[in-house]
Design a protein around this ligand. Structure first.
Ligand code: AN7
Length: 303
């Protein structure tokens, strides 16, 4: 059995030993070597398969800690605004904890599978006008009015839990990679990886893939107009000597298909943005690269 990440990394995260733990067995995801992608780009590429977390995305890493803390503080429920994966994760962990979950989402913006997850776990769905920013404002109002814990990535425990992916990569490879490629939506994950690797002593070059058309990209998970963590995420990217690559939907879908056909791994479109960015990042040949595949392909399948 794999230990929950909050147990495995308790000391590193400085979590109290007596804290109540709400866990579904998250973390310890496979880091899979990608020989064909490596050959294609002249690099040494590894895929961190975050779609194998309990609800199918990396969001579970932060949610286990955020919901555990909320329960410890006696919260009646949790609330978040989401493009879908945070919603699915919050709903599952709230169900596990026996508390309520309220999910705020923009009309037509969330994939059917992610909405189904939230519904099946018994969350209350609140639909608002298009735009992630409107959803975030409504989630804050609900948090205040109903005394629910706010579990968007602005909740510091989310970032804390997500740092553990960096610890696992260093453990598996024996050192930090030269480059870390990942999708850039709100920037919380970028911030978490940077903090995790900096704890380990080496920040890899951060290659961030964002949708060139943030507000209406086909990659629904990263349909975020204004990144909540822009300042911190881009500061970490600059510190690392990295870059942000703006991608067309065609590039994102092509990267998703390449990973699926050449390596047998199905990730959702947003998750392929890191690999898509890599192809345009001018990385030194032979570099060791980890591409973070943030969510499972079944989450947001092609129509
Ligand atoms: C698969 O669920 O923002 O840059 O509300 O689901 O940390 O925002 C999801 C984001 C990448 C971007 N890949 O990460 C939400 C949400 C997948 C995602 C991102 C998301 P951040």
């Amino acid at each position: 059995m794999r230990e929950p990440l909050a147990v495995r990394w308790r000391d590193r995260l400085q979590l109290p030993h007596d804290m109540p733990l709400v866990s579904l067995g998250e973390g310890s995801t496979p880091l899979v070597h990608a020989p064909r992608l490596s050959e294609r780009l002249g690099l040494d590429i590894w895929l961190k398969c975050e779609g194998l977390n309990p609800t199918g995305s990396f969001k579970d890493r932060g949610m286990t800690i955020a919901v555990s803390v909320a329960v410890g503080e006696g919260a009646r429920g949790v609330v978040c605004a989401s493009t879908g994966n945070t919603a699915a994760s919050a709903a599952a962990y709230a169900a596990r904890a026996g508390i309520e979950a309220a999910i705020v989402h923009s009309r037509g913006a969330v994939s059917a599978g992610k909405l189904a997850q939230a519904r099946v776990h018994g969350a209350r769905l609140v639909e608002v006008e298009p735009g992630f920013d409107a959803a975030l404002a409504t989630a804050r109002e609900i948090a205040e009015r109903e005394e629910f814990a706010f579990v968007n990535s602005l909740n510091p425990y989310r970032i804390l839990g997500q740092k553990t992916a960096a610890f696992e990569i260093v453990e598996d490879l024996g050192a930090a990679p030269d480059v870390l490629a990942l999708p850039y939506g709100g920037g919380g994950n970028t911030r978490a990886y940077a903090a995790g690797f900096e704890d380990e002593g080496t920040l890899p070059r951060l290659v961030l893939g964002e949708a060139s058309s943030r507000v209406d990209t086909l990659a629904s998970a990263i349909r975020i107009g204004e990144p909540a963590h822009r300042r911190e995420a881009e500061a970490a990217m600059s510190r690392s000597g990295g870059l942000v690559v703006a991608l067309t939907d065609e590039e994102i879908v092509e990267a998703q298909r390449t990973i699926a056909r050449e390596e047998g791994i199905f990730c959702e479109p947003a998750s392929a943005a890191g690999f898509a960015a890599l192809a345009r990042a001018g990385v030194e040949p032979g570099s060791r690269v980890v591409c973070v595949l943030t969510g499972h392909g079944l989450k947001d399948p092609p129509q």
